[in-house]
Design a protein around this ligand. Sequence first.
Ligand code: IVH
Length: 667
Amino acid sequence: MSPEEVKKKIVKLRQEIEQHNHNYYKLNQPTITDFEFDILMSDLIALENKFPQFSDPNSPTQRVGSDISREFEQVLHQYPMLSLANSYSDTEVTEFVQRVEKFSGEQPDYVCELKLDGTSISLTYREGELLRAVTRGDGEKGDDVTANVRTIRSIPMKLQGNFPANFEIRGEIVMPFAIFEILNRERTEKGEQLFANPRNAASGTLKMQNSSVVASRRLDAYFYYVLGENLPADGHFELLEEAAKWGFQISPHKKKCRNVEDILEYLSIWDQKREELPFATDGVVIKVNSKRVQEELGFTAKSPRWAIAYKFKAERVASKLLSVDFQVGRTGAVTPVANLEPVQLGGTVVRRASLHNADIIENLGLHSYDTVFVEKGGEIIPKIVGVDTSKRDPEATAIQFILHCPECGTLLVREEGEAAWYCPNEDECPPLIKGKIEHFISRKAMDVDGLGSETIDLLFQQGLVRNVADLYTLQKEQLVSLERMGEKSAERILDGLKNSMEIPFERVLFALGIRYVGETVAKKLARGIGSVEALKVASLEQLVAVDEIGAKIAESILSWFGKEQHLLLIERLGNVPLKLEAENRQTEGATEKLKGLTFVISGTFQNYSRDGLKADIELHGGKNVSSISAKTSYLIAGENIGPSKLEKATALKIPIITEETYRQLTD
Ligand code: IVH
């Protein structure tokens, strides 16, 4: 055969084999026997070995995996992989729909999908070929597991039809129950440890170093999210239908819903019917269909505002309450924890269960030695969901919530509208101090390498660290004198602390652990107010003028900066020196021309990105809000503006202006 002929033969074999894979795995209708399939495959392997110049990482021969061991390379996600907010009741789902409609000013379509209980994966395709497969990791970066993913036969390595040149697709890798059971049976025979559930089996398998073992485990994958520029449809549902044409196995049993009634119907059907599915599910994901509306709604730091997970009700057993402990968390919130008579639940023995807060104890009407019902969902700590009052001892007394902090004795406080009782002694109560330090050094805050909660416990016990500024006075000898601390580890901590001096202001602000100042709020404050010096003297009015800062957050900031010991702390942090001022903050051109005015923006703009326009409004002293009310000064209308925003503004007689008119306001 001439090289030309060889190449032709190889290409033909690959196409044939892919077609048989498709018939077998997707259509469940094989047209040849396994033996015939193996012959085709070994022909192809032989040819590829003999003519390596025609090898291709996306050839079906690669699906059998290789036994080369490797460490996984870490890859940054182009779009972060966020998680979803959870909901557990029809009411919470209804509230989600109401929130979506309030914020978007529309009544969009929704899509309900099963929430597959596996491990998530993000695939990148270029010109129709699988380029890379990355695990969720920490959401920002994950492991490159491409070689392992190539072994999953329902994942297309080459696409068909009219696909975009460049896109990402996300989905769930699952191990079907049938395969899971076979695997565990084999492991029992070999005396190996069993996998707890199909989810652990799927994620454990995907992280294996030897892809030929991965190939033998028969993982499967379903895709539920297409991302990229210039996608062929605005609707999420329609995009998934397109993706099916390109060769993906898409989110099964998805349904488009017009309103909350449709959604609740889907939930109640699948609550039952999921037991018939061949793979594990732990709920339903409800998403706004239109990508345009999704964009309008945007994201919080953790999850999209346009989607929510509904968790199915979990397994429930009865047990006896022995006693209640009160634990003080790092925020000062006091959590009651029940000690129970040990009971088997969802494959593990449960001895403790969370009671969450005082209201829950009261609503349950919990009495000592009550017979209680316990539930467990996924990884969550089990919780008490009910009491069997018929079994109550008539002498039993109601469980009382404590009045004083069990750690430091301070009188607990509860703010209006809050469920939790807090220990307010934030600068002296041990768990609060340790919690503040842990938060300060955490990855999203000052990211100090090498310092974990155990070391912090030791440093606290030894009296070496009482607040976050003390960390910067630590000497190498002091660290080395701690239990199990070598020179190398000590150096790593000191380097980590030194490197943290480069952390930008917004993260330092987040690291301080001021109540309600999360990552997003810290960013907004850094942009809107600019420095610790300015924050110290900021008024309530100045604070609430910042995008997304309301009275509750503003008051918490005022109260934090009102304390002498906090002013001292920031003075010491300033001397370290940490960055207590925003860099490259745009203050040039700042005016007060829009002072007292509030704006809603909607649609897309010619001369600004949406964030750019918001920043410009703030630069001139204006305030951005997301929904229209009688108090809104202007609606700035861009292209493709949401129709109901227009309607609402018209009804409330709010002036609707173009971006040109907006410019004149600030000129
Ligand atoms: S959508 C931006 N759809 O649930 C949100 N997630 O808690 C994108 N999951 O990490 C996720 N089935 O691993 C989506 N039909 C589905 C899903 C699903 C399972 C998992 C996924 C994600 C987690 C979110």
